[in-house]
Design a binder for this molecule. Structure first.
Ligand code: NDP
Ligand code: MG
Length: 385
């Protein structure tokens, strides 16, 4: 197919979120090539209503029955799906080619598996589903021949650097990390961090959960495990380097010593567009880079003494089994508790470490055992409710 005539019919799970918003910008700019055929939201029904009006032929899914009835009444009786069953239906729409999953956390796992089982391509922003069940997601994709298209900026960068190259020539993947808002903090500073401070990311504007993950560096930990599954590269070949400007989105070092990098300004619309139009490129959605104005690019070693999250994630990714699911679920629960003022900032990684020690380990888990480990990890994060 020539680039001029591609037309991708896209379902967006999590359309009312930050990545959802970037996806809408891309769809508006490339309306000849990208058709929005499905949209889901949960609490933000007003935004879902606006999007429903903008994309009148899209199928819709709201968070619950009340929101779905309200939307339907605002839309002259248009059918609106709801809840988990609605997400599964949206993920398997016969009229779609690609499902973009941008639901925060692991709630997008079952719809993602459903989309793959139906032979759809899956554009993945929700890294948590790969951390929890990467082996299963990749297995189903291989089985049905569906493509997994990475949206996370680091993985999208690596995907671009690896395009057409032999993976056996990869020496290591180098994930870049801004270092978050507390890159230069002390351990005492971290004890006093408030949710408001932790939500203020220096280079990216994102949803609340990933902003906290970026501040604890769990985001990079989750991304190491995400990279392992997406690219089939073992954990010991995945490194992290602090790069405060967030201009290089990640790099691949090959066995001959060459390092390839992908650079751009910090706008998630670019990786979203690349994933949705792959393998073609079209005029871009974000500001061009002015390297001379930028002047310099800096790199540092991550401070794993201050942020144990990277070592915890490396251990989970290396050991495998249920451990990454436990790390991920304990982190989700601990982030919620921190945002609710019930847990200190270092309490997030302390809770994760405890859950990883306490929840019984299964080496070769089924999907049901992964879900059970996820629930046990959430229960293990106690903060005196
Ligand atoms: P947001 O919190 O901004 O948006 C999350 C979306 O998911 C919203 O549409 C929300 O609906 C919906 N949602 C939340 N929980 C549920 C649920 N249980 N069931 C159904 N829908 C739900 O998150 P982001 O867009 O920031 O992040 C989405 C994913 O993308 C995350 O996994 C994140 O790690 C990843 N990612 C994000 C990046 C970013 O720049 N934001 C960069 C790279 C990856 P509503 O708002 O209507 O309640
Ligand atoms: Mg990322």
């Amino acid at each position: 197919m020539s680039p001029e005539i591609i037309r991708r019919r896209v379902v967006v799970l999590g359309a009312t979120g930050s990545i959802g918003g970037c996806t809408m910008r891309v769809a508006r700019a490339l309306s000849e090539k990208i058709e929005i055929v499905g949209l889901s939201g949960r609490h933000n029904k007003n935004l879902l209503l606006e999007l429903a009006q903008e994309f009148p032929s899209a199928h819709l899914c709201a968070g619950d029955e009340t929101s779905s009835a309200w939307l339907s009444s605002q839309l002259g009786g248009r059918h609106v799906l709801q809840g988990d069953s609605g997400l599964l239906e949206l993920a398997s729409l016969p009229s779609s080619d690609v499902v973009l999953v941008a639901i925060v956390g692991t709630a997008g796992l079952k719809p993602s598996l459903r989309a793959l089982e139906c032979g759809k391509d899956l554009a993945v922003a929700s890294k948590e589903i790969l951390v929890m069940a990467g082996e299963e997601v990749m297995r189903v994709a291989r089985h049905t021949g569906s493509r997994i298209l990475p949206v996370d900026s680091e993985h999208n960068a690596i995907f671009q650097c690896l395009e057409g190259r032999d993976h056996s020539t990869v020496k290591r993947l180098i994930l870049t990390c801004s270092g978050g808002p507390f890159r230069q903090a002390t351990a005492a500073d971290l004890r006093a961090v408030t949710p408001e401070q932790a939500l203020r990311h220096p280079t990216w504007e994102m949803g609340r959960k990933i902003s906290i993950d970026s501040a604890t560096l769990f985001n990079k930990g989750l991304e190491m495990i995400e990279a392992k599954w997406l690219f089939g590269i073992p954990m010991e070949k995945i490194d992290v380097v602090i790069h405060p400007q967030s201009i290089i989105h990640s790099m691949v070092e090959f066995v001959d010593g060459s390092i390839l990098a992908q650079l751009s300004s910090t706008d998630m619309a670019l990786p979203v567009q690349f994933a949705l139009t792959y393998p073609y490129r079209f005029e871009g959605p974000c500001e061009p880079l002015d390297l001379a104005a930028l002047g310099r690019l800096d790199f540092e070693k991550p401070r794993s003494d201050l942020f144990p999250s990277l070592d915890l994630a490396r251990r989970a990714g290396s050991v495998g089994g249920t451990l990454p699911a436990v790390l991920n679920a304990a982190n989700e629960a601990a982030v919620d508790a921190f945002l609710a003022g019930k847990l200190s900032f270092p309490g997030i990684w302390e809770s994760v470490a405890r859950a990883m020690d306490e929840v019984p380990f299964v080496e070769h888990p089924t999907l049901e055992e992964l879900i059970a480990a996820d629930l046990a990890a959430r229960a293990a994060v106690s903060y005196g409710d």
